[in-house]
Design a protein around this ligand. Structure first.
Ligand code: AMP
Length: 281
């Protein structure tokens, strides 16, 4: 696996790769890699001649400085995992090369970011969009792979690709879960033993909500989900939304929407976790 820290050296190397007509798949990550990340590498390897993973804990997308400093960093094991997964190129740039100065540009996605993560993490999607756009420019991939675990992020990047005409195919990959249903996340490593035992309840709450929604409708489902969380005082519900998969706007009548996403964010032992399930009518 080739490893680059410098965007210019990376761009030169990739230019050569493109001149050989090789297709490239990009997998952006913030490291602390798990099977979910590796499933994106696998998907990219299946469809491209070469795969590039990036590891960059992007300061611009953190609205909470403690969350940024607590974010797990495990570069050596990440490198080994990528090597084992057959990744061809790793880009882990120095933040000073990515942001020599703070960007002045602000990207806003209108209604798409007024809900859920965008509402609770001001500026988050501006940071996500800027780093993803930079990675697209450095790498010019044919396809880019993102997890549907970050559903709103996927939707927002799709919008950016469309609005700015990036010639890149976006692939949304399914959520990888632990055997007990907990969505894999780099943040799971920060859960203590007790919190780890409670964490699968987040996924359980989504399964419970789906069943309730089909039986009882929207308002009752929201009430039932709140009551569900009340059973676990250590689990603090930040939001539960029943959203249209395309617009991300709250659903008011289930029958009017083709694909519905149930999305949740909750705090557990000082760690913020998100999860979702998507289903068609
Ligand atoms: P992160 O390192 O958390 O920024 O994630 C990098 C990419 O991996 C994003 O596209 C995430 O959506 C994706 N990802 C994270 N966790 C999972 C998971 N459990 N299953 C599938 N994809 C995931």
């Amino acid at each position: 696996m080739k490893i680059f820290q410098n965007p210019e050296e990376l761009s030169l190397y990739l230019k050569k790769l493109r001149s050989e007509n090789k297709s490239l798949g990009l997998v952006p990550t913030m490291g602390a890699l798990h099977e979910g990340h590796l499933s994106l590498i696998k998907a990219s390897r299946k469809e491209n001649d070469a795969t590039i993973a990036t590891i960059f804990v992007n300061p611009l997308q953190f609205n909470n400085s403690q969350d940024l400093s607590n974010y797990p960093r495990t570069f050596e094991t990440d490198r080994e995992k990528l090597e084992e997964a057959g990744c061809d190129i790793l880009f882990n740039p120095d933040p000073k090369l990515i942001y020599p100065d703070d960007p002045l540009l602000k990207i806003h996605f209108g209604k798409l970011e007024e809900v859920m993560e965008g509402a609770f993490r001001p500026g988050h999607f501006n940071g996500v969009a800027i780093i993803v756009a930079k990675l697209f420019h450095y790498t010019h991939p044919d396809a880019a792979y993102f997890g549907l675990k970050d559903l709103q992020q996927f939707r927002i990047i799709s919008q950016m690709v469309k609005d700015l005409s990036f010639p890149i195919r976006l692939i949304g990959c399914p959520i990888f879960r632990e055997a007990d249903g907990l969505a894999m996340s780099s943040r799971n490593t920060r859960l203590d033993e007790q919190s780890r035992k409670t964490a699968p309840q987040i996924y359980q709450s989504l399964l419970f909500a789906k069943e309730a929604l089909l039986k009882d409708g929207i308002e009752q489902t929201k009430e039932k989900v709140k009551n569900f969380y009340d059973q676990f005082p250590e689990l603090k519900l930040e939001y539960f939304e029943i959203a249209d998969m395309e617009t991300l706007e709250p659903v008011t009548n289930v029958m009017d929407h083709k694909t519905i996403a149930l999305c949740v964010a909750a705090w557990l032992g000082g760690v913020r976790l998100i999860d979702n399930i998507i289903f068609d009518q």
